[in-house]
Design a protein. Structure first.
Length: 160
């Protein structure tokens, strides 16, 4: 298992960023498991877990660790291919928002499970040239300032 794996494919990024699949990836990074064992750990039906595992495996995010035989039944034990995943900007370049149209360029959304953030990171694009730096403030910058001012009112003035 690698420490970090970079996701370059947009479809693989979509699969990895799904909340259920991100949770399964996090569990499989801790220890390999079968669909049945993983279903009991994450409290989901085995069929649903198996469906998501097939998608993760099809995109190379998990791999077969071993096959256990119980009589005539084979149990597939899977593991994550890495402890952490980073989504490359190239993977989201075509479908991502255009930086000049987005006011908030620094926020990120995290998937949480029982208080633990999943170790799935989306890499940031290089900082674009802002309209202000080019000599004019754009409507996105004005909207950002208005929203920020309404969310963070000025502290009350002290009276003597």
């Amino acid at each position: 298992m690698h420490d970090v794996e970079v996701i370059e494919d947009a479809r693989a990024a979509t699969v990895a960023l799904d909340p259920v699949r991100a949770r399964l990836l996090a569990e499989l990074a801790v220890s390999p498991a079968s669909a049945a064992a993983l279903a009991s750990r994450v409290d989901l039906p085995r069929q649903k877990v198996n469906y998501h595992l097939k998608e993760l495996e099809a995109h190379g995010l998990i791999e077969l660790a071993e096959v256990r035989r119980h009589g005539g039944i084979s149990e597939r034990v899977l593991q994550a291919t890495a402890a952490s995943y980073v989504v490359s900007p190239a993977a989201i370049a075509e479908s991502g928002a255009r930086p000049e149209q987005v006011a908030d360029r620094l926020s990120a959304r995290y998937h949480h499970d029982r208080g633990r953030p999943h170790r799935l990171i989306v890499a940031a694009h290089p900082k674009p040239v802002r309209a202000q730096e080019a000599g004019a403030a754009g409507p996105a910058d004005d909207e950002f300032r208005r929203r920020r001012a309404s969310q963070h009112p000025s502290p009350p003035e002290e009276t003597a």
